[in-house]
Each structure stands twice: as C-alpha cells, then as structure tokens.
Design a protein around this ligand. Structure first.
Ligand SMILES: *Cc1c(COP(=O)(O)O)cnc(C)c1O
Length: 390
C-alpha cells in the first residue's frame, strides 16, 4: 500500500533518523538516572544531557543554564505564563496585567484565561487582516502594570512570523516580561534571545524533527526572570520543574537542535522553493484560491488556502492519499471553524473552505506535484457536483 503524502508537518514532524540513532542507547544500557551524582553511570548521562541542553541554548543564543526541559511546548507555555503571571502579581511591586494575541495557540490562551480567573487583567489583542500584530496597538496596551506579554514567533495555522524583536523592545521599555511560543519557529528560522529581547521562550521537540514528549522553556537569567513553579518535588531544573529528566528525549531534542543549527538555511531554501511550486500549481488549477496570512513574513513551509465554495472537510475526504488538515491538530476534531481565521476577518463560510498545507524536510518535488494535481482535480469535481454551493 502506498503511504499517503504527508502535508501536515505543522501538526508534527517525523523524528529525524539521526535523532533516533543518538537516542537508542539511552533507552537501553545507558539507563542511569541523570540526577544520580553519586555514581559514574549517572554522571555520564548527566554530562550527555547537559551537552544536549547546550545545543538547544546555542541555537537561540542563550546560556545552557537558562534552558529548562519540559514535556513539550504546552507545558512550557503553562509554566511561563502561569509562573510569570503569578510571580509578578504577588511580588512587592505587583504587576497584574497580561497581554496576548487572538491568534495564539489554545494552550497560551487558556493559560492566560486561568490568570484572569485568578484576578489578573487580560487583554487579548486583535491581529491585522494579514495576521500580524498591530505594533501601535500593542504599544498603547503595555502599561507600567503589565507583567507579561505573550506573542508567538510563528503561527501554527497561517505560518505568519510576528515582529519579535520589535515586540521585545516595546516590552523592555516598559518593564513587561516578554514570552514567545516558538514551537513552530525553533529550528526553522533564526531566533536570538539577546537581540530580540526575549525573556521566556517555549520550544517543542516534535515540531523540529525531535521526539514527542519533550520540549524546553528558555528562562532569562540577566536580568533575572522569576517564575512560580507548577511542580513541586526534588527541585530538578533549578527548582522550576521537579521530576526525573527523560534523558533519551532530552538528548534527542539536543540532536534535533544541532541538526537544525547546521541545516536551517538549506532546509529553508529547499522548503520555500517547494512551497512556491505547490502554490503555483494550485493557483494555475484554482485561480480564485485565496492565501491567508502575510506571504512575506511567513514560515518557508506553510500555506493556508481558502477554496471559495468548497467544503474543506469534503475536500479532505476526497483526497485520502494526502495527509493534511484544516487547522491545528488540537482543534481539528471540533466542529467550530478556526478562531485564527476568524481573527483575520474570514467569514465562517470561508473559514470552512480553508486548508493548511505544511511541507517538511523529507518532502520531494514529486510529492508536491502529485499533491497539487490531486487537490486541483478534487476542488474541480466538488465544484462541478455542487454548482450552487456559493
Ligand atoms: C504544537 C504547538 C504547541 C504545543 O506543543 P506540544 O509540544 O505538542 O505540547 C504549542 N504552540 C504551538 C504554536 C504549537 O504549534
């Protein structure tokens, strides 16, 4: 049986074979607890985990001790937002206002709503029709009471890149801490916590050809960003995240970061070339398709497309040889149309006629050509079958 052509690399990526290779021994004979400092096997694993931590830190121009391992970006986002919000609200010079964007991932929005339930004031800012933050609006929103601003580096549905350095500078000027959810950006585009004034950054392993179940939170040391921990226990990870580290996964994420540092530029060239090829073929077959989100400020491997009058669920059902989705994996089971597309101003009908295409490191030109041909013919036959759909 032919494997479907995978076009859902923003939901998850396969673990790179080079990553699998370095992880194996740590599932087997190298099993000692990385926190067992009293014997040599424990210390050897710890040293290897610290190497991995350094690879992650290097990719974002951080120090390794600023990187805290988590189970993924969901946990990192919860830790950053709840941890910073609670710390600052209860500090002597209390700050009780937090800001985020309407197009953030659910785990950011839900963490922010939890802070609101705990008594903090929350502003959820709209985005412009191209999906980008309005910097003037953001500047007005940040006050001397603002504890935290959380704005993602790259969007998981529409792929747009927010102006992180500018946002960081606005936050710094008012003493607000800046958190960015970089689950989609880490390893794909250059990130620099120094020049982009980032205080907290969330990372996910399985979006960057690493294993599932591992991620990291960057926590700035100078000036010191302090968080109330979510977990209590043995005090691992500088007291921020108690619990035994999953050493094979930590080492896998380190290897994924090392590979990304090496391959990022060539990956991006390859991906943007294939992405443009895919778009051109789709536009040739469906001239009235619409692209959602800014095209210039965008991940090299994402497309988010509206096929007016075509039901996206029916479209997906008619191309079983393709693996793609209408939006984020977390909410694609829900019947509600995408809140991200609604924030861009799309009508409900257009949102229901929209798919996300995300290619990845293993994607070939042949796969792109076959996928485009299948999608074009599926759109044409759905339209022919339902001439009155619009
Ligand atoms: C995937 C994703 C998450 C969640 O990451 P997990 O590691 O799966 O918990 C958070 N934010 C964004 C933008 C994502 O794409």
């Amino acid at each position: 049986m032919n494997m479907p052509i995978y076009l859902d690399y923003q939901a998850t990526t396969p673990t790179d074979p080079r990553v699998l290779e370095v992880m194996w021994p740590y599932f087997g004979e190298l099993y000692a607890n990385p926190h067992s400092a009293e014997h040599a096997p424990g210390r050897a694993i710890e040293a290897r985990v610290e190497e991995a931590r350094t690879e992650i830190a290097t990719l974002i121009n951080a120090e390794s001790r600023e990187v805290v391992f988590t189970s993924g970006a969901t946990e990192a986002n919860n830790m950053a937002i709840l941890g910073a919000g609670r710390f600052r609200a209860s500090a002597p010079k209390s700050r009780t206002h937090v800001i985020t964007l309407a197009t953030e991932h659910k785990c950011v929005l839900e963490s922010m709503l939890q802070l609101q339930r705990e008594g903090l004031t929350l502003d959820i800012l709209p985005v412009q029709p191209d999906g980008l933050v309005d910097l003037a609006l953001l500047e007005q929103a940040i006050t001397e009471d603002t504890a935290l601003v959380s704005i993602m580096a790259a969007n998981n549905e529409i792929g747009v890149l927010q102006p992180i350095a500018e946002i960081g500078a606005l936050c710094q000027a008012k003493g607000a801490w800046f958190h960015t959810d970089a689950a989609q950006a880490f390893g794909k585009i250059p990130l620099d916590v120094a020049t982009q004034h980032i205080d907290l950054m969330s990372i996910s392993g399985h979006k960057v050809y690493g294993p599932k179940g591992i991620g990291a939170l960057y926590v700035r040391r100078r000036p010191r960003i302090r968080l109330q921990p979510l977990f209590f226990g043995g005090g691992q990870e500088r007291g921020l995240r108690s619990g035994t580290l999953p050493s094979p996964l930590c080492i896998g994420l380190g290897e994924a970061a090392r590979i990304a540092a090496h391959d990022m530029t060539t990956d991006a060239k390859h991906l943007s070339h294939l992405r443009d090829r895919l778009l051109q073929q789709l536009q040739a077959g469906v001239p009235d398709l619409r692209i959602n989100g800014a095209m210039a400020e965008r991940l090299p491997h994402n497309l988010n497309l509206t096929f007016p009058g075509v039901d996206a669920q029916a479209l997906l059902a008619s191309v079983p040889e393709l693996a793609l989705s209408t939006g984020s994996a977390c909410s694609s089971a829900a019947v509600d149309p995408s809140y991200v597309l609604a924030a861009l101003g799309l009508s409900e009908a257009d949102a229901r006629s929209t798919i996300r295409l995300a290619i990845g490191r293993p994607t070939t030109a042949d796969e792109v050509d076959r996928a485009a041909a299948r999608l074009v013919s599926a759109v044409q036959s759905l339209r022919a079958a339902r001439p009155a759909a619009e």
